[in-house]
Design a protein around this ligand. Structure first.
Ligand code: NAP
Length: 410
């Protein structure tokens, strides 16, 4: 056995029962004439020669997550130069992550064999919070114990550990008072809502002005409600009807929603009159529409927008195209646009950090509430099935909360 194959040997030892592990440690130590440090309490995080043991949800072909995801075990070499080793803390399962695995999302992580998979593979997941656990000799911007998030998408966050360059992560300057969940979910949904509310009107918002949105109970929708309230805006929020939808309505009102309506109400003949009543007979026009649903829902939203308003499409949860009445373009001069936070973040790294910091400041101050989540524990012993089920389940509607991987201290 050479030193080069040691990580593979340790890899195999990792899942051994305790007694075999002790024997294996002794054998390896005798062979290398040096103590092989293999903590029995933290068997997974193997420190011999600084190698870290990791598991990752990978895919080598596009398709339904339940069909294409597999759990790959590998070793990560000690970080050198400006690279850092990260231990994932929490990573959400967002709709875009699924679309990426299905191969229908524009951002596709490259598939390769760098993690020792038999065939070229990519690690799934785009967002998450991680703790720095290892540093290359030239690293300057982070220290062990710091929390970081990914600077860009497609870095593969559904894994227990990863290695990155220090330039690929954003350090959370002050993690006091924050939870890993809050940090793990700040960079996509709240940033999307923040930028859409700030950057897309042809005027500065005045106090008490209106916006309307569908998918209002989504992560982005909840963020828009709260940011709107923070900035003195009034919101009309469309949700899909479900048993007990009044409870959800109350919950959203608690976050700061001015009005909450169901899709059925939005599509009803009486909706225009409701809008008139709320907006002082139309004298307070709705200046912005946010659309992540598409189909008839989006058309109905567009129809109640005021003259010269902007409508931003940022998702298509119904999988139906967004159809727009011609008259809205010609006579009402509505501006229809799209927004993609990944592209925005790549083009505006400084503003991205400022946006993340601002949302985390509000979170710390108790003015930005956590999204409801369903935790999916991911310990070293966790098998692939519950992980795959959690990913696949995200495609179903009417969920109680967003599924998030919560990593054990492996
Ligand atoms: N463009 C960007 O930069 C960007 C950034 C972030 C998110 N997004 C997009 O924004 C959307 C929301 O993402 P998220 O992470 O905030 O969502 P989320 O928290 O995971 O919630 C999913 C939302 O989608 C709704 N939904 C599910 N199936 C639906 C269907 N068939 N028809 C209508 N609504 C349906 C759910 O409503 P129910 O409770 O009624 O099922 C819920 O409001 C997604 O399309 C996502 O891709 C885009």
């Amino acid at each position: 056995m050479t030193r080069a194959v040691l990580p593979r040997a340790l890899n195999a030892a990792r899942d051994m029962p305790l007694e075999s592990l002790k024997a294996s440690r002794l054998r390896l130590s005798t062979h290398f004439k040096t103590p092989v440090s293999l903590s029995l309490d933290h068997r997974r995080h193997i420190s011999a020669y600084g190698y870290t043991q990791a598991k990752a949800l990978v895919y080598s072909q596009y398709g339904e997550p339940k069909d294409v995801l597999s759990l790959h075990t590998h070793s990560i070499s000690p970080p050198a130069s400006t690279s850092i080793t990260l231990r994932m803390l929490t990573a959400p399962i967002n709709p875009a992550d699924i679309n990426q695995v299905q191969g229908v999302y524009p951002s596709k992580p490259p598939m390769n064999t760098s993690l020792g998979t038999n065939v070229p593979s990519a690690v799934a997941g785009n967002e998450g919070a991680a703790e720095v656990v290892g540093l290359g000799g030239s690293v300057k911007s982070v220290a062990k114990g710091d929390w970081v998030i990914m600077k860009s998408s497609a870095m593969g966050t559904w894994r227990t550990h990863m290695q990155a360059d220090e330039n690929e992560v954003l350090k959370i300057d002050d993690k006091t008072g924050l939870t890993p969940l809050q940090v793990a979910t700040v960079s996509v949904n709240p940033c999307t809502a923040y930028r859409m509310l700030k950057d897309f009107t042809s005027w500065d918002w005045g106090a008490g002005e209106w916006f309307i949105q569908n998918g209002a109970n989504s992560g982005v929708g909840r963020a828009a409600i709260q940011l709107g309230k923070e900035w003195g805006l009034k919101s009309i929020n469309v949700i899909r009807e479900r048993p007990g939808w009044e409870e959800l309505k109350k919950e959203l009102e608690g976050l700061g929603a001015t009005k909450v309506v169901t899709e059925e109400q939005l599509m009803s003949k009486g909706f225009k009159d409701m809008i008139k009543e709320w907006t002082n007979g139309g004298r307070e026009p709705i200046k912005l529409g946010l659309n992540c649903v598409g189909g008839k829902n989006a058309t109905a939203i567009a129809k109640v927008l005021g003259q010269g308003a902007h409508m931003i499409t940022y998702g298509a949860m119904s999988k139906k195209p967004t159809e727009l009445p011609t008259a809205l373009l010609i006579f009402k001069e509505i501006v229809f646009e799209g927004f993609w936070v990944s592209k925005w973040g790549d083009r505006n790294p400084v503003e991205k950090k400022q946006t993340v910091d601002d949302v985390l400041r509000m979170t710390r101050e108790g003015r930005f509430k956590d999204i409801p989540v369903e935790e999916v524990k991911w310990d070293w012993e966790t098998k692939i099935e519950p992980l795959k089920e959690a990913v696949q389940g995200t495609l179903e509607g009417f969920r109680k909360g967003k599924s998030v991987f919560v990593f054990g201290k492996t």
